[in-house]
Design a protein around this ligand. Structure first.
Ligand code: UDP
Length: 244
């Protein structure tokens, strides 16, 4: 099926509902069609514009989920009303599908304690979750090939990589040669949230599209990142929309 997308600052963003995106992943799991799923936001676009390899990876990815309110605004400026899809919720829903269909899942990233806690809580919630591999995200560069070889042996059907962008996406890209039929998603700090180490924004923030503000208040080091990227992104998005 042809993707319905809209370009935001040079990057194709998929225009689809949460449910349709899940249906697509379900279909690809059934048909063993591998994917690299990107959950795009202004920070990722900024990083990609500065890094040629990351730019290429996003442009070659299979599904670009409109995460982040900045993307919703940029699409709105182009006359498109798109539902915002939170990457963390999307990844969790895929885990629910994997639990129901007893698919092999791998978790890579975050600190060991966070990884252990997150996977054990998820296994309490999803009783049939078949975790075939897990590895924290603080390995030495020379250990990377070993991890990829391990993945090749266990052949997971769905892999979550939580090492922040673009690190997680470079890792995914490296895996895909050996695992062309696997679905990969980069999930940033989601393991920290699932482990209870970081709180997600209360619903009122999410309803008002201000989750980014809550995260910036809770993790002040984020504020610098957001402060630097968001206003500039919005400015560029307005120019992009006018040029259309
Ligand atoms: N992380 C990792 N290895 C590293 C650096 C970071 O596994 O070398 C993990 C970190 O522990 C955290 C996640 O990557 O769980 C990054 O989270 P962040 O909140 O920065 O990502 P974002 O949600 O902003 O993409």
């Amino acid at each position: 099926m042809k993707r319905k997308t809209k370009k935001i600052l040079g990057y194709d963003v998929d225009l689809l509902s949460f449910d349709n995106a899940i249906s697509l992943v379900k279909k690809n799991l059934n048909q063993k069609v591998g994917m690299h799923i990107i959950t795009i936001n202004p920070e990722i676009i900024e990083l990609a514009q500065q890094n040629h390899n990351f730019d290429k990876i996003i442009k070659n990815s299979d599904l670009v989920i409109p995460d982040g309110v900045g993307i919703k605004i940029a699409l709105f400026l182009k006359g498109i009303k798109q539902e915002q899809i939170a990457g963390i919720e999307f990844a969790k829903e895929i885990l629910r599908v994997c639990n129901e269909e007893v698919r092999k899942v791998a978790f890579i990233g975050a600190r060991e304690k966070v990884l252990t806690r997150a996977t054990s809580l998820l296994q309490n919630e999803f009783n049939n979750l078949d975790i075939c591999y897990k590895r924290n995200g603080y390995y030495r560069p020379d250990e990377e090939n070993e991890i990829i070889n391990d993945l090749n042996i266990v052949q997971p059907e769905f892999v979550l990589v939580a090492m922040g962008a673009p690190r997680q996406d470079f890792f995914i890209e490296k895996c895909r040669e050996l695992l062309p039929n696997t679905i990969f998603i980069g999930v940033g700090g989601s393991f920290d949230v699932w482990a209870g180490a970081v709180q997600r924004a209360p619903e009122i923030y999410r309803k008002l599209y201000c989750e980014w503000l809550y995260r910036a208040i809770k993790q002040p080091e984020r504020f610098k990142r957001i402060y630097k990227t968001l206003p500039l992104f919005l400015f560029k998005a307005i120019i992009d929309a006018i040029k259309r």
